[in-house]
Design a protein around this ligand. Sequence first.
Ligand code: C2E
Ligand code: MG
Ligand code: MG
Length: 762
Amino acid sequence: MRIDTTALRLTLAYLLAAALWVLLSDQALIALGLPEDLHTRLQSLKGLLFVTLTATLLYAILYRHAVRYREKQRVITTSEERLRLALEATHNGLWDLDMASQRVFFSDSYAALLGIDRAALGDTREQWIEYVHPEDRERVLQKIEVNLQRADYQNTYRMRHADGSYRWIHSRGSLLYNAAGKPMRFIGIASDITQRRADEDSLRQAAAVFDATQEGVLVTDAEQRIVHVNPAFSRITGYASEEILGQMPTLLKSGRHDEVFYHNMWQALQQRGAWAGEVWNRRKGGEIYPQWQCIRVIHDTQGRVSHYVAVFSDITALKRSQRELDYLAHHDPLSNLPNRLLFTERVAHALERSSEEQPGAVLLIDLDHFKHINESLGHNVGDLLLKAIGERLQQVIPSGCTLARLGGDEFGLLHDQCGEAALAAELAQQLLHSLEAPFRLDGHELYISASIGISLFPHDADSVEQVLRNADSALFKAKSSGRESFAFYEQELTDYARQRVELASSLRHAFENEELRVFYQPLHDLRDGKKVGQEALVRWQHPERGLLPPADFIPIAEDNGMIAAIDLWVLEQACRQMVRWNQEQDEPGFVAVNVSSRLFGRGELDLRVAQVLAETGLDPSQLELEVTESAVMEDPAAALSLLKRLRALGVRLAIDDFGTGYSSLARLKRLPVHKLKLDQSFVRGLPNDAEDAAIARAVIALGHNLGLKVLAEGIETAEQGDFLRNLDCDYGQGYHFGRPQPATSPVSPKPEAQQLPLSPED
Ligand code: C2E
Ligand code: MG
Ligand code: MG
């Protein structure tokens, strides 16, 4: 039994006080020497006093003790209550193992962790262990054993819940010792950490994903300062995390996107809380690259923006392979030319932009008898040939055209600015021509020809399918007309274009073969009807087609550039003829020579004219050059200076076909010309057509006011001549005075036309 020192001290004090009282009070009574009965009474009174005093003292002590006990009891109950509430609130359970009895106390909250009654849990370790997961039991018990030797205890294991599931329980406790250092109790709390473990697991997984993912991840705070990046971010951008943390993502901007782009991005983030799209950013090294990026807004529990998370992947490689795929999808692997898909896309595009004024052409080029090459020499050689043909065709076509291999031995050519049928025909001719030279492949010398079908758009068709179908049927036509030729979808065009192409190629030989002729048409003074000169007009004596007027070949010569040579040749012929006439005739007047805008535009005309004059010895005053209005107005400044130089040579200048172009009167005023030639279209209706009459009158007045002479072209009747004379027109030209005819027979009995001209005197 433990001896309470306070109680012992009190008892001993009481014993001492009582003994002293008994001894001293008895001595004092004896010393008083009182009579016996008084002595006895006092003795009794003294005893009663003692008892009363000590009873009062005892009461005071007991009372104080009771108050203290109640207070303690209250404190204990309150703290027990607090403990219980705390355990309940924190979902912790209390366990308490009494070392002496080996009984365990489990709190209600402990039992609640497992969804059972405290009674079901029992009060022994053996009962308790039944609830622990069989796999954990041995480990748990071992740990308890070990911990029973130490003060601190922590353990985690699974326990079966009433619902059949296992819950992760984390238990902490400590061993309490008595004064003698002997373990008294093992006490602690247990809590269900199933959710926490799950959270931790998913956090661990998320962290692993964050670190291991190939996507770059960037997290900013609400102020857009970077607070977190993952290793992939560093790998893609080149920035180590310590370099970038605290910076703004704007550091990564490439400058490729405008304000609107970022504005839209922020708007999406504000409205939908997320944005995804392609962004071009800049790596640390400066390289700009595309990335696919998703940005999400993260809110805190109060709903305020707390973070932005951007996840992105570098799509450079993807883009590259997309481009490669796109190339593969649109090109023929053998020839590297665009394939049918790309070709039709381009045709569609060209068709959209085309108009009657700006037409385009599609040429289908099909090799003749290609099959034989494949069959006789094998596909390898066939492939090589196709490749070589593609390369050769590519060299011929004008820039801006699309040459495609449409499959097999068929090629397609798109020319989206093929002004007219003639150009397409010429191109086709060039393509055919380019294939004439043999191909030397793999030790073989191969000859191959092709047929070409041409469809013009939007003229022939207004859909891609139609354009291609037309070109195809034109191709069929070309093939059936004996191959190695071309055909248009429209028969007339085919004929016309073929003729033109033929003419163009034979025109080249017309010079060498001396087939060109110069005819002369007289020019008359309208007042006295006298001949004042003649105009030189070129003709082509075609071996098969007979005598061709300039309209049949001058446009071709203008297209293929031969016009300048023709003009210079006519100029020389006319000058020589004039020199001859000077010798033969009394008053041969002058000769007028036409100058095309092509030659005029070259600017060196004055030098050539001076050269011809010098060579032939003709007096410059006997030469008149006719330039059309449009030639002058094409480049007025250059024209003005050239005309001045020509005039300085002493030759005379006339504006041909006046009234058909768009002359600026202001410019016309300054031109150093001598004569206007009123175009024959305004003479044709005279004298009855009021409009023609008004124009004729106006042109004559205009010319005269500018100090120029006026010649009327195309006068066919005496009436027209009279009418114009009455309008004060200076000169006239036309069948009425004489048709163009060769110089060799100045009084030719057989002029160009059947109808004999009327002489002005008639
Ligand atoms: P142009 O210079 O206006 O020549 C007059 C044209 O009118 C000539 O046609 C002539 O035959 C025709 N003509 C003359 N009188 C009459 C008439 O009473 N009635 C009708 N209906 N026609 C008449 P051509 O010879 O066919 O020449 C046509 C055009 O070809 C010329 O028009 C000229 O612009 C051009 N040309 C002729 N020779 C040359 C040349 O050597 N070089 C150049 N660059 N162009 C030439
Ligand atoms: Mg003329
Ligand atoms: Mg004319």
